[in-house]
Design a binder for this molecule. Structure first.
Ligand SMILES: *Cc1c(COP(=O)(O)O)cnc(C)c1O
Length: 354
């Protein structure tokens, strides 16, 4: 009998079904690979890499560059293998036995798993019927529970809805514990807390990723901005040289050339608007408003629709394990052609099945 750590066998898994999709709109990835100009620059830089050295220099360079773009210093930036890793470390650092971590539900399903892994008590705050967050209820829960960490995903995954900057500030101004904003989809919304709030509230942390708008899901790089003393504490949770040089140089090149990505971000936003309008013409389907690169729909025949899409090689995300999302599907925005393809199937299904 192997003696695993207590609780490990009962840890929930991140449940996604992956196969070789013809149209892959299930994971909120960018549908486009790296722009050729960025790829050219990257390949040139990779040819210069000192592969035999630990990547101190590349880590410092990326932190410096990201920090200064937001008006901060490199001491205010931590890099991770995806923002997932950073978020997991934040839960670890503010977790431990007796600590409570508050987050909305439904939101990113990993929060629940990270809370468990950190041996903290996860306290979900239910979203309202339309998936909006009752900010007052959230604040009251954080304070009543004497939480060590409050987490908000803005725009929220998988529902797509947002908090305004005023609402984010209302939370920040009324809680005393650490406050993590997960802005994985912020490029598709634009109301980032990094603009003014982060400098004003020293308990605030803002996590961003290269995986979505910047199409580097395979490279695994994210970052977080926060007060230097928070970053210093988080660094203690990492091993030395935890980032590899290939990822660091890739992220650095993409960050330098981030303006090259604006057309595709604009395309995604335009497609989201177009598909929201098209979907709202189908009476049997409820379309939730979204400021991200995906749309959440609710349909009483969601399961059957998903099976038909799957049979046609179209991968969308369903949430079998979450009661509030039972009849919901989340569809990431693809190219115009990809979106037309899944929409045609969806429309024909609804016409046949009501
Ligand atoms: C995708 C995502 C992330 C980050 O993903 P990484 O690939 O690990 O950077 C973080 N939070 C949410 C809510 C996401 O959807």
């Amino acid at each position: 009998m192997l003696r695993y750590r207590a609780g490990l066998a009962d840890m929930p898994r991140y449940d996604v079904v992956e196969r070789d999709w013809r149209i892959k709109v299930n994971a909120n990835e960018s549908t486009l690979n790296m722009p050729p100009m960025v790829e050219d620059r990257l390949l040139g830089r990779l040819a210069q890499v000192a592969f035999h050295r630990y990547p101190n220099e590349q880590m410092d360079l990326l932190r410096e560059q990201i920090g200064s773009a937001y008006g901060f210093r490199k001491e205010n930036v931590i890099i991770g293998a995806g923002s997932s890793e950073i978020i997991e470390k934040v839960f670890h650092c503010f977790g431990g036995s007796g600590q409570k971590i508050v987050y909305p539900m439904p939101s990113f399903s990993m929060y629940n798993i990270y809370a468990k892994a950190a041996e903290a008590q996860g306290i979900p705050v239910d979203l309202e019927e339309d998936f909006s967050l009752d900010v007052r209820k959230f604040i009251d829960t954080v304070n009543r529970e004497d939480a060590s960490l409050a987490v908000i995903c803005n725009p929220n995954n998988p529902t797509g809805n947002v908090l305004t900057l005023d609402e984010v500030e209302e939370i920040a101004a009324n809680i005393a514990c650490a406050f993590l904003l997960d802005e994985a989809y912020m490029e598709f919304y634009g109301e980032s807390a990094t603009k003014t709030l982060l400098a004003k509230y020293p308990n605030m942390m803002v996590a961003r990723t290269f995986s979505k708008a910047y199409g580097l899901a395979g490279v695994r790089v994210g970052y977080m901005l926060a007060a230097a003393d928070i970053i210093r504490m988080l660094e203690k949770a990492y091993m030395p040289y935890y980032m590899n040089v290939l990822s660091l140089v890739t992220a650095d090149t993409v960050f330098q050339m981030r303006y090259e990505y604006q057309p595709r971000i604009d395309m995604t936003i335009a497609e989201r608007k177009r598909m929201q309008e098209a979907l709202s013409e189908i009476k049997a389907i409820r379309v939730y408003p979204s400021a991200a690169n995906f749309i959440l729909i609710e349909y009483d025949k969601a399961k059957e629709l998903q099976e038909e899409m799957e049979a046609a090689g179209i991968g969308v995300r369903c949430f079998a394990s979450s009661p509030r999302l039972k009849n919901c599907l989340r569809i990431s925005m693809g190219t115009r052609e990809e979106n037309d393809a899944w929409y045609a199937l969806l429309k024909s299904f609804a016409e046949r099945n009501g």
